[in-house]
Design a protein around this ligand. Sequence first.
Ligand SMILES: [Zn+2]
Length: 437
Amino acid sequence: MRKCWGIILAFIVLSSCKKEEKTSSKNLVQIKAEKPIPKIYGFNLEKFDVLRDTIKNGDSFGKLMLQNHVDYPKIVKIAEEYKDTFDVKRIKVGKPYVILKAKDTTEKAQIFIYENDRINYTVVDLRDSVQAYTSKKKVKYVQREIAGVIKNSLSIDMDSLGVDYNVTLNLSDIYAWTIDFFRLEKGDEFKIIYNERYISDSIYAGVEPIKAAFFKHKGKPIYAFPYVTDSLKNIMDYFDQDANNLRSTFLKAPIKFNYRLSSRYNLRRRIAYYGYKVRPHKGTDYAAAIGTPIVATADGTVTESRRRGGNGKYVKIKHNGTYSTQYLHMKAQKVKKGEYVRQGDVIGWVGMTGNTGGPHVCYRFWKNGKQVDPLREKLPSAKPIADSLKTDYLAFIEPIKSQLDCIEYEEPIKEENENLITLNQENGTNQNQSYND
Ligand SMILES: [Zn+2]
């Protein structure tokens, strides 16, 4: 499968960076406007009266059928004989359905179509001998190539390019270990290749996972390509242009989105509240709205989940013999002592318990029993690509990488990128931020 894709792409990019291809692929999506065919779900609309609705509270398959003049034995037959295909007890409120009725005075339902999701549907054919089957709408994949430059924030700039928010989330997940998206700089560049899904040629139905990405942060380019390293367990990771795993054992931040780095680890911090005396800050503060989920930055076992003094409600996780992490001032904890958590699991919510000037999580990073600055630590990466796969990987990424390289930016790139966007410099005094310990 992966190979096929590689070959197809190889053909596309064989004559690298062709101009005529670029014009339509940028902000594209040209959907062919075809003459409407009087068909839905394969049925000729001219032969039926169509009733479209969604399942309401109190609706049941039996009730809908009786309302549409279907005989009771047929309803029972579907419920009993086609349970594996269509479990009538499992219809859900809010799901769309269509009833095709006879165009005569009986107005009897002939066909019942239930939409399991945007793509899959179930057909119950009530004509003659009753039967039920499932089917899929035709899905078309349209490849999009995006290139942008950071002017505001990743989500704002992606949005202005008309990119689905799920792609933004996907991108921030891929780079969660290598780039702190809230410390981006103006002028940072990104490129993405991904597929959009369309049902029946024109109805937008979301996106597929990112096929390839490029991010240039502080002048350093980091590519990302998905690659299956264990086809038996179907383990897929994103790797860079040198086959390094983009995943690290630790996430960059304990909050996934919408935070502001409000105070860094600083041993010489002076605070007005304490008469400008030195009050070392051994944590990293992430300000976020109360109730924002806090996630474990790595797999581990919860060693503490309690409330104590200035720390307020907090959780401490032991990851291995070397590292532990701690998360302070929670509104509430979600995990208990002794629980095993996975990286990215929600362990609590941002609050203001303990000594704090505003809602934030104070993230403490312990290495061999001492608190260190996680933003300065060189943290271990996750499993690299096995040597036996490396050649295959590099061959696989070659055409996609050239495709990425060929995507043009809409505006010329300026060479100055000194502007920090969201980072507050925290090297000196810190008056209005949280003074917690
Ligand atoms: Zn703190």
